[in-house]
Ligand binder design. Structure first.
Ligand code: PDD
Length: 287
């Protein structure tokens, strides 16, 4: 069935929604995006995603395409029009289509941004079987640009990382820089040692995950110890548990890193508990 998507103020059948070949998102990856999950037809962590969108845009000398309340209304309208119960809303804002290719940014007063939003139905998102089996990951060098805190659409290297993992019979890849894990291809990375949750501290080296912020908040509220510092692949391999977080996976355990079993090769209790708390709290505060 054809989706109804949002493009620059219009709700259109997906086959009809088209953007220019001169769009800077297409030519230069000059755009940012957000992925907001939907459970029970409601948005999870919408405010966090909206705030990060604004930050990404401002860092790239762009402004919000519309007020946050309007953004929320479009998200909700897409959920409604598509009967979305469980899945995600993808949003992308680019610097627009100046009508030619030029490295210099166009004047925003002359070239409007391109704003695209669409739904992705994923029944069973909350009931992911990987929560019980765990993920196998490989490590790859992190050769991305230095502003990974901006959620840009430059996703070629993360895609290559996922393909390398797939080729190795694994599920995903963690990226490593200067001997330390930065993050997963599309998620934040964690280990657990002696009950303590360890994850890289926030900087321009990683994306400031909205799920990360919520999970760490819930962990602290549940009196779990949290340490924000980098760790190596070797430390992760010797940890009691490892896991990832993102808007599309919530919390998922990692049971193997570069062929070495973590925590006996079985998902651990901390990741399971955090997944449970996250889903419970997210459902409660969904809008
Ligand atoms: N990815 N790190 C990277 C590199 C990511 O691409 C993502 C999200 C995260 C987790 O952020 P959040 O918790 O806000 O989803 C961390 C999304 C889900 C994607 O690209 O599909």
């Amino acid at each position: 069935m054809s989706r109804t998507v949002y493009l620059n103020g219009d709700y259109l059948p997906e086959e009809v929604a088209k953007i220019s070949i001169f769009d800077r998102g297409f030519l230069m990856a000059d755009g940012v995006y957000e992925v907001t999950s939907v459970l029970d037809g409601k948005l999870i962590d919408f405010d966090g995603h909206a705030a990060r969108l604004e930050r990404s845009l401002v860092e790239l000398d762009m402004g919000m395409p519309m007020p946050v309340e309007e953004l929320l209304a479009v998200h909700r309208e897409l959920v409604k029009r598509n009967g979305l119960v469980e899945g995600m809303i993808y949003l992308q804002v680019t610097r627009g289509a100046p009508g030619d290719r030029d490295f210099v940014f166009p004047d925003p007063a002359e070239v409007p941004q391109t704003v695209v939003m669409f739904t992705q139905s994923r029944p069973g998102l909350a009931d992911n079987p990987a929560a019980k089996t765990g993920l196998k990951i490989i490590s790859i060098p992190d050769i991305r640009w230095g502003r990974r805190d901006i959620k840009t659409v430059q996703l070629l290297y993360p895609s290559m990382g996922k393909m390398a993992a797939k080729k190795a019979g694994c599920d995903d890849a963690w990226m490593v820089e200067d001997g330390l894990v930065t993050e997963g291809t599309s998620n934040n990375a964690y280990i657990v040692k002696g009950g303590r949750i360890i994850t890289r501290d926030l900087s321009s080296d990683i994306l400031h995950g909205i799920t990360r912020a919520a999970v760490l908040r819930y962990a602290r509220e549940a009196q779990m110890e949290v340490e924000e510092r980098p760790f190596s692949i070797e430390e992760a391999q010797g940890a009691d548990e490892a896991f990832i977080t993102s808007a599309s996976t919530f919390v998922l355990p990692v049971v193997e890193i570069d062929g070495v079993a973590v925590g006996g090769g079985k998902p651990g209790p901390v990741a399971a508990r955090l997944r449970e708390i996250y889903l419970e709290e997210s459902r409660r505060s969904a809008i």
